[in-house]
Ligand binder design. Structure first.
Ligand code: GLA
Length: 389
C-alpha cells in the first residue's frame, strides 16, 4: 500500500467515526487487469487476470438492528436499506451493495445490520472491475462482521449473482474470482468451468502497464449481453453437429473450421474469437512460465486483433492506444483489457523501459484525442482481505 492510499484510509476511518460514532474494521478488495482470455469466462473457457493494488475499501461496524447504512466517500452520497425488506433494482451504484447483501442472505447467511463507508482508488467505468471490487469488498466486510468464516469461492459467486440479477449485467466469474483469490506477484490461469486456478508468476524482466483511454462508451452493457447471446446461439447450432458440446470451450479450432459453414457469418466470427482466444490464453500462460516474453506479447497482439475484428468490442480510442503502446521502445505486446468499448489497454513492457513508456505514449494519445490518459505500471496484488493502518 502506498502512502497516498494509507492517508486515504486514515481519512476514511476518521470520517466513519465522525459519521457513525464508532471505530470501524477495514477491508479491501482489488480491481483487476486481464492479461489475456477476454470474453471467454462465460463460455466456460480460460482467463489470465491479475489483481491490482488499486482497490475498493470498506469501513464497517455492526449495528444492533437490521439496517444497512452506506456512505460513499468518492460520490459523497448515502443510502439506507433494511435487510428484512425485499430490495428492488434502482439502476445506480447502490445496486451493487444491496445486490451482494441480498445474494449472501439468499445463500443462507444471517447478516447483521451495519454502518458502512466506502472509498475506492479504482476509476469507475474504466474496465478495471471497480464494480466487482465493490461487491467483493462489501460482501467480505458483511461476512466478517457476521462472524462467519469466509469461503472465497462462495463470495465470488454471490458477487457475480448480485451483478447478474441485480445490476442486469450477465458477467462471467472472472472479475469477482480474481478479486477474491488474487496472489501477490502472480496472474492466475483460471479454468472458468472447474474454477481451478494456477498461479503464473510475472517475470521480473517485464512489467504490466495499464493505459486508461479515459473513454467509456454507453454501448458497453447492452453489447456485452448481446455477445453472450451470440455465443449461446453458436452453441445451440454446434451442439447438434458435434458430440459433447456444452459451451464454446468444448470446441477446438479444427472442429470450428470444419463446422463454421453451419453458423451465420456474425455468429461464426464470435465463435472464432472465443475458440482461438482460449487457445491463446493457454499458450500465453505457458509462455509466461517459460519466460518467453516475445511470444507472450505476440499472443496479446493477436488477442486484440480478434477482439477488434471478430468480436467487435474495441473502439477507435482503444485501437489507437494499442498502436501507440506497441510502437513504444521495450513493448512486447498490447491489447484492450476487460469488456471493451473503452476502458484500458494492457501492455507487457521490458522492465527497464516501463518508466519511459508513459512519457512516450501519453502525449501522442493526447495529441490525437484531446484526452489525457492515465498510465501506470502494476504489480499483481493479493485478493480481498482485512487491512490495518
Ligand atoms: C467484464 C465481465 C467479465 C468478462 C470480461 C470480458 O469484465 O465482468 O466477466 O466477461 O468483461 O472478458
Amino acid at each position: 500500500m502506498n502512502d497516498a492510499t494509507r492517508r486515504g484510509l486514515a481519512e476514511l476511518s476518521l470520517s466513519f467515526e465522525r459519521r457513525y460514532g464508532a471505530t470501524p474494521l477495514l477491508f479491501r478488495a482489488p480491481g483487476r487487469v486481464n492479461l489475456i482470455g477476454e470474453h471467454t469466462d462465460y463460455n466456460d473457457g480460460f482467463v489470465l487476470p491479475a489483481a491490482l493494488d488499486l482497490a475498493t475499501f470498506v469501513a464497517i461496524a455492526p449495528r444492533t438492528d437490521r439496517l444497512i447504512k452506506v456512505h460513499s466517500a468518492n460520490l459523497d452520497r448515502s443510502f439506507t436499506f433494511d435487510l428484512d425488506v425485499a430490495q428492488e433494482r434502482r439502476r445506480d451504484w447502490s445496486d451493487y451493495v444491496r445486490g451482494v447483501a441480498v445474494e449472501l442472505g439468499a445463500t443462507g447467511h444471517r447478516l447483521p445490520g451495519a454502518d458502512i463507508a466506502i472509498w475506492s482508488t479504482l476509476p469507475m467505468g474504466s474496465g478495471l472491475s471497480a464494480s466487482a471490487a465493490l461487491e467483493v469488498a462489501v460482501g467480505y466486510a458483511l461476512m466478517s462482521v457476521a462472524g462467519e468464516p469466509i469461503d472465497r469461492l462462495e463470495l465470488a459467486k454471490a458477487s457475480q449473482s448480485a451483478e447478474n440479477a441485480f445490476v442486469g449485467m450477465r458477467c462471467g466469474i472472472m472479475d469477482q474470482y480474481i478479486s477474491c483469490h488474487g496472489i501477490e506477484g502472480c496472474a492466475l490461469l483460471l479454468d472458468c468451468r472447474s474454477l481451478e486456478a494456477t498461479p503464473i508468476r510475472i517475470d521480473s524482466r517485464a512489467r504490466i502497464v495499464v493505459a486508461n483511454t479515459m473513454v467509456h462508451h454507453q454501448l458497453a452493457g447492452s453489447a456485452y449481453n448481446e455477445r453472450r447471446l451470440d455465443c449461446e446461439q453458436a452453441v445451440a447450432i454446434l451442439y447438434k453437429a458435434i458430440d459433447g458440446v456444452a459451451a464454446l470451450r468444448d470446441i477446438d479450432t479444427a472442429q470450428l473450421e470444419m463446422h463454421a459453414h453451419l453458423l451465420p457469418g456474425r455468429i461464426a466470427r464470435r465463435a472464432r474469437h472465443v475458440v482461438t482466444e482460449n487457445a491463446r490464453t493457454l499458450e500465453m500462460a505457458a509462455a509466461l512460465e517459460a519466460g518467453a516474453l516475445e511470444t507472450s506479447g505476440r499472443l496479446m497482439n493477436a488477442s486484440h486483433a480478434s477482439l477488434r475484428d471478430d468480436y467487435e468490442v474495441s473502439c477507435p480510442e482503444l485501437d489507437l492506444m494499442v498502436d501507440l503502446a506497441r510502437g513504444a521502445p521495450g513493448a512486447y505486446g498490447a491489447r484492450m483489457t476487460g469488456g471493451g468499448f473503452g476502458g484500458c489497454v494492457v501492455s507487457l513492457v521490458e522492465a527497464t523501459a516501463a518508466e519511459s513508456f508513459a512519457a512516450r505514449v501519453a502525449p501522442a494519445y493526447e495529441k490525437e484525442t484531446g484526452l489525457a490518459p492515465v498510465i501506470f505500471s502494476c504489480f499483481p496484488a493479493a485478493g480481498a482481505g482485512s487491512v490495518a493502518i
